[in-house]
Design a protein around this ligand. Structure first.
Ligand code: ATR
Length: 290
């Protein structure tokens, strides 16, 4: 790598940042395409976020990824927020457009693209059940709802959070029926009966931490069970689903496609997703993290 004054700068801001696989993924793409760009991880503690954001302009960085815990807090420092990011209420990629910082959210796109790639699944007229009502759930619901599923059921430990998520999206997507339920087994069993897709957006299952206790047996045989957790690659939820011979969809595809979309926003170039996948899988298999 030959870094000069002309080398363009990308990066990721997060805290903690030690285990992110994004630098490996993006730098592999940069190398494969022979671009004069470098992507650097920055540990940014919450009180320093605004200084880091000023630094994007000050250093003329082309853009950055934003990760935990800054995805919501960063919004107030930006000049513009994309419609998608407004809908989701969180930003995971910032583009420096001639000195104006524009916030995007590519997580939902990453998820839906991965589902299409692996299962050729079009969510139109489908019944989807989302476990969790946090930032990740909002990102996925925002993009899924635009594809006009028949029903989106949000199931969350704290029912009030599911209710407020559903309320916000219901007005924006009148073509889809929205429901909010808690994680009560009987409620889940009833909504599982005619479901096409079950998505875990909670952090349960990360770092081999077990799985939510959900009645997978109540799902139709044709249902897909999807988990956005990608570390471990095979979560306990996916293992249980596999044992029941249900189709399973892991979180790596979302990771790759959100990254590819961010890369396109920064550079205008389509990132070779297979390069990203190979690097991400290698990093995750050798103990890389979030
Ligand atoms: P993210 O931005 O990653 O979605 P978040 O906004 O903190 O993170 O949301 C985490 C989600 O995981 C929430 O839906 C949370 O449920 P609550 O709203 O009830 O807190 C869910 N979650 C986390 N740990 C959980 C657990 N042990 N059991 C059930 N749900 C859990």
């Amino acid at each position: 790598m030959n870094i000069t004054a002309k080398t363009k700068l990308l990066g990721i801001f997060g805290y903690p940042i030690g285990h992110t696989v994004s630098p490996a993924m993006h730098n592999a793409v940069i190398k494969a395409l022979g671009l004069d760009i470098v992507y650097i991880p920055f540990e940014v503690k919450p009180p320093n976020l605004r200084f880091a954001i000023d630094g994007i302009k000050g250093l003329n960085m082309r853009g950055v990824s934003i990760t935990i815990p800054h995805k919501e807090a960063v919004m107030k420092y930006l000049d513009e927020i994309s419609e998608e990011a407004k809908l989701v209420g969180a930003v995971n990629a910032i583009v420096n457009k001639e000195g104006r910082l524009i916030g995007h959210n590519t997580d939902g796109y990453g998820y839906v693209t991965s589902l299409k790639e692996e299962f050729n699944l079009n969510p139109k007229d489908k019944k989807v059940i989302i476990l969790g009502a946090g930032g990740a759930a909002r990102a996925i619901v925002g993009v899924l709802a635009a594809k006009k599923p028949k029903v989106i059921t949000v199931a969350n430990r704290t029912l009030a959070r599911a209710v407020s998520l559903v309320k916000a999206f219901r007005v924006k997507f009148p073509g889809t029926k929205f429901e909010a339920i808690d994680l009560d087994e009987e409620n889940l069993r009833i909504s599982f009966e005619d479901a096409n897709l079950l998505i875990n957006t909670t952090s349960v299952g990360m770092k081999k931490e077990g799985a939510l206790n959900v009645p997978l047996k109540a799902l139709p045989k044709t249902a897909i069970v999807s988990d956005i957790v990608y570390n471990p690659l095979q979560t306990l939820l996916l293992k249980k689903a596999k044992r029941l011979r249900l189709s399973t969809h892991g979180g790596v595809g979302m990771l790759i496609h959100q990254g590819a979309r961010s890369f396109k926003l920064w550079t205008g170039i389509d990132a070779p997703v297979e390069v990203m996948r190979k690097v991400a899988l290698k990093a995750l298999k050798t103990g890389g993290g979030r």
